[in-house]
Design a protein around this ligand. Structure first.
Ligand code: FES
Length: 166
């Protein structure tokens, strides 16, 4: 007994096959993009080694520059950033210089009237040495910190974390 395939059935099978092939071609890349972050190595835990030795760090906040690679989709670029770094007893503190008001750059002891505070020149924002925002000035929260570490005697800088001191 032979089973004949009608012209209509043949056309249906062909269209289903081609449709499935095209759907797979569209859905697989979307699925890969959606799941890609799960399979990527967690680069966020990386620490960047600076050119500053641990011994150089004093109780006076100093600007420490560091460079890291930043990936935006398929584009990798080198970004230079800096931290305000100082010693607090045995602890090394590194503050992000980004003001918590509108994101300007804060500076240590730049305001003559507040020589022991971080100062933001954009709207006269002030922070205590522990990063706490001074009430009555525009910033709405304390300065963030960077994770810090040591590698062969040099300071390493990691991710930005909320202020741990206040
Ligand atoms: S951005 Fe710093 S005080 Fe406004």
């Amino acid at each position: 007994m032979s089973q004949k395939v009608t012209r209509r059935q043949f056309l249906n099978y062909s269209l289903m096959g081609v449709g499935s092939f095209m759907a797979a071609g569209m859905i697989l890349p979307m699925g890969r993009m959606a799941l890609d972050p799960l399979f990527q190595e967690d680069a966020e835990g990386d620490m960047v080694t600076t050119s500053v030795t641990i011994d150089e760090i004093t109780e006076e906040p100093m600007q420490v520059d560091f460079t890291f690679e930043q990936e935006d989709a398929w584009y990798t670029s080198e970004v230079t950033d800096f931290a305000w770094v100082f010693r607090d007893g045995d602890e090394i503190i590194a503050f992000s210089p980004v003001c918590k008001h509108l994101g300007c750059t804060v500076t240590w002891a730049a305001d003559d009237n507040n020589p022991e505070r971080f100062f933001c020149p954009c709207h006269n924002g002030l922070y205590e040495k522990n990063g706490n925002n001074v009430p009555g000035t525009p910033p709405t929260g304390p300065l963030d910190q960077f994770e810090v570490g040591e590698s062969d005697g040099y300071l390493t800088i990691g991710q930005v974390v909320p202020n741990q001191l206040v």
